[in-house]
Design a protein around this ligand. Structure first.
Ligand SMILES: NC(=O)C1=CN([C@@H]2O[C@H](COP(=O)(O)OP(=O)(O)OC[C@H]3O[C@@H](n4cnc5c(N)ncnc54)[C@H](OP(=O)(O)O)[C@@H]3O)[C@@H](O)[C@H]2O)C=CC1
Ligand SMILES: Nc1nc(=O)c2c([nH]1)NC[C@@H]1CN(c3ccc(C(=O)N[C@@H](CCC(=O)O)C(=O)O)cc3)C=[N+]21
Length: 274
């Protein structure tokens, strides 16, 4: 029997705590989200952030520069919002316009407002095991594993994807919890060989159906980070039907996504109290 690792209850609990903190706050925490893409999965995320912020009692300011924005324009916008006292949390949506790199632009995000851990300084601190905001998605994967009682010390974990938003920071968080970590990517010669040895497989490639039953050791725990928009307006992950082989799998929607959104708000509340 393949179990379903829902993120809904966990997300609700994180939001409830953030809400309590907002009710007691002198200043309403404010999150600014900068968008320079027309990507559908980013649009999904921005809508969930705005909706969750409204329910939780945070202010959310979306600054949409359009997919044609220049890197200079994005950088100047981030620098301006970083300097604004009323803004406590600041994030830049990916993907970015052609030629723009997140790790370069995010240097303009003040590290104390870097609630999605995008400034390379945050990633460096995280790698060194020092306090910093982790990208909400990477932290959401850890929170889901903990919430569902998945043990990590000594376990083998394969992360598929090495982006600075998900794969790389997640590898550091897993290492800090004494897992043995393998990071796979598009140049990995034999993906199935490195996923089949893993007790836990995290799929964060943005490729619908990439991970199949043939990629898994029987009983493996599968965390599906992928959020791929379908033509009919739905959302699918990176994991095909693996029921019967996987021990447990996170659903899409309803798995990593809601926890990511909730943690982004929690980070903003925390930043507003610093
Ligand atoms: N649920 C959530 O909260 C979130 C979901 N996402 C989703 O997660 C997915 C990944 O996001 P992100 O990390 O930003 O994406 P990127 O496109 O930045 O990175 C994708 C990574 O996957 C690797 N990859 C691509 N194709 C393959 C393949 N066939 N086999 C093995 N590895 C492959 C790439 O390798 P290489 O480096 O060689 O190019 C790259 O490292 C997307 O679907 C995104 O929408 C992202 C953030 C949050
Ligand atoms: N800098 C950056 N950081 C990101 O974390 C990031 C990004 N850019 N760009 C886009 C992707 C995509 N992403 C999603 C997060 C949550 C849902 C989510 O909450 N989905 C709900 C469904 C949506 C709903 O029902 O409202 C769910 O999975 O249940 C979706 C997509 C984060 N991303």
């Amino acid at each position: 029997m393949t179990g379903v690792l829902s993120g809904k209850d966990l997300a609700a609990a994180i939001r409830a705590e953030a809400k309590r903190a907002c009710e007691g706050a002198l200043v309403t925490p404010r999150l600014a989200v900068v968008v320079a893409t027309d990507d559908e999965s980013s649009a999904w995320y921005v809508r969930s952030i705005a909706a969750a912020a409204a329910r939780t009692g945070l202010d959310c300011q979306v600054v949409d520069l359009g997919a044609g924005a220049s890197p200079e324009e994005v950088e100047a916008t981030l620098a301006g919002l970083s300097a604004e006292e009323s803004v406590h949390g600041l994030m830049l949506q990916t993907p970015l316009p052609k030629g723009a790199r997140l790790e370069e632009l995010a240097r303009a995000i003040d590290p104390v407002k870097d609630v999605d851990g995008a400034n390379p300084l945050s990633l460096g601190l995280l790698a060194a095991g020092l306090p910093a905001f982790a990208p909400a998605t990477a932290e959401a994967v850890m929170a889901l594993l903990d919430h569902h009682g998945v043990e990590l010390p000594g376990k083998t974990v394969t992360v598929v994807g090495r982006s600075n938003v998900v794969g790389k920071p997640l590898a550091h968080l897993l290492l800090a919890r004494d897992a043995t970590v393998t990071v796979a990517h598009s140049r990995t010669a034999d993906l199935a060989a490195v996923t089949r040895t893993a007790d836990v497989v995290v799929a964060a490639a943005g490729r619908p159906g990439l991970i199949t039953a043939a990629h898994l050791r029987p009983g493996a725990v599968v965390i599906d980070v992928g959020t791929n928009a379908t033509e009919d307006g739905g959302l699918v992950g990176d994991v095909a039907d693996v029921s019967g082989v996987a021990g447990a799998v996170t659903p899409v929607p309803g798995g990593v996504g809601p926890v990511t959104t909730a943690l982004l708000l929690a980070h903003t509340v925390e930043a507003s109290r610093a």
